[in-house]
Design a protein around this ligand. Structure first.
Ligand code: DQA
Length: 146
């Protein structure tokens, strides 16, 4: 069974509270259940992690290396736009990683158009709402060896 870790960065635990017109009405637990329900159907082993701290996200990424994780889906929140430390962690672990955003970062403020993570990821998904997490799992279904 493919082992995937979903990592959500700062303020994503505030889904359902923060800017609902941008991020939707579902709260964080509902979003996790949506991901886990799909994972169960498709025979993925998925673990979801969320942190508001850069260091904890880096620790979790490094743990993926030791755990032999097959793929990572990361929504680094605002860290996307400036965290070279998260970028370096993604590059270090050599695990296919998908950068995922709920909103369309290219149609918002200019600072969101820059991702320092993108180049070390195998794919970037944005603007699909929480369905983007499912699209990321579907991508792994196609590209990861059985
Ligand atoms: C986000 C987009 C980021 O710009 C923002 O800082 C977030 C969420 C998204 O999922 O659309 O926190 O990553």
């Amino acid at each position: 069974m493919k082992k995937i870790v979903v990592i959500n960065g700062p303020n994503l635990n505030f889904l359902g509270i923060r800017e609902k017109s941008v991020y939707g009405k579902l709260n964080y637990n509902e979003v996790i259940n949506y991901i886990l329900d799909y994972a169960k159907k498709e025979d993925f082993e998925v673990e979801v992690f969320q942190s508001n701290s850069e260091g904890s996200i880096i620790d979790r990424l490094q743990q993926c290396y030791y755990d032999g994780i097959d793929g990572i889906i990361i929504n680094p929140g605002a860290y996307t736009h400036y965290s070279y430390a998260i970028r370096d962690a993604v590059a270090s672990i050599m695990i296919p990683t998908i950068e995922m955003h709920i909103s369309n970062v290219y149609e918002r403020e200019d600072f969101r158009k820059i991702s320092v993570i993108k180049d070390v990821c195998v794919k970037q998904i944005y603007g699909k709402g929480i369905k983007g997490y499912i699209e990321a799992l579907e991508y792994f279904k196609l590209v990861l060896p059985q």
